[in-house]
Design a binder for this molecule. Sequence first.
Ligand SMILES: Nc1ncnc2c1ncn2[C@@H]1O[C@H](COP(=O)(O)OP(=O)(O)OP(=O)(O)O)[C@@H](O)[C@H]1O
Ligand SMILES: [Mg+2]
Length: 253
Amino acid sequence: MELKTHISVKDLNVFYGNEQALHNITVDIPDKKITAIIGPSGCGKTTLLKSFNRLIDLTDGIRVSGQIFVDGENIFDPKIEITHIRKKMGLLSQRPYPLPMSIYDNVAYGPRIHGIKNKKKLDEIVEHYLKESSLWDEVKDRLSAPASKLSIGQQQRLCLARGLAVEPAIILGDEPTSALDPKSSQRIEQRFLELKNDYTIVIVTHILRQARRLADYVIFLYLGELIEHGPAAEIFENPKEAITKEYIKGIIS
Ligand SMILES: Nc1ncnc2c1ncn2[C@@H]1O[C@H](COP(=O)(O)OP(=O)(O)OP(=O)(O)O)[C@@H](O)[C@H]1O
Ligand SMILES: [Mg+2]
């Protein structure tokens, strides 16, 4: 089956000051699949992920060359508005950062910014995305409670709901379960497996078992270089490069 590309990275180099974090990364990320970015600490996983929505722009002294096409548009084109790119992507970070407001307002935040004011419509949106994130049943009776009162696992699901409510096409996750207990991690993983029918998902993980459970495609980075990428089964069962083999076997970490 022909794979549709959603994000296409061409010759991407990223420098923090004089230090180069990514070297000539070229990779196509398929539409409506889960792609896992794996590799040892410091190899550039977060840098690559944050390049996709240009969140790396916020870092002082950052320098980028190359191109990233999302839906065929080069996101580094000076004519492109950053909000246009960011709206396409929901980001989950390692720790949940709910906004300092109620559960309801967290989910309604994005839609309100995009001009939705009607109370009934907002109610529907909030309910829909809390259900999408498997949080509705736990919070439906206390929607006006502060988000900070939720457990960490619930907060991460709330952040997922908040991200989904702006109707992105891409979900980015930077070790999105690393602060969660096993049960909450499992819930997020389960949601990802269901959400990939509708979204392109890219997650950074250093948990190889998680990558095996979730990923359709894998990108293996080492010291800022893309060593190997391809279908998960190939990378895990039959990697081409010796260094990938060693990482998968746990010889290097
Ligand atoms: N804000 C920054 N300023 C300077 N150097 C940075 C910055 N962020 C990352 N780096 C450097 O870039 C390289 C890649 O970092 P990055 O955070 O992308 O790695 P990572 O693979 O996500 O690591 P980890 O698994 O530990 O999260 C590292 O050498 C790191 O020191
Ligand atoms: Mg990281």
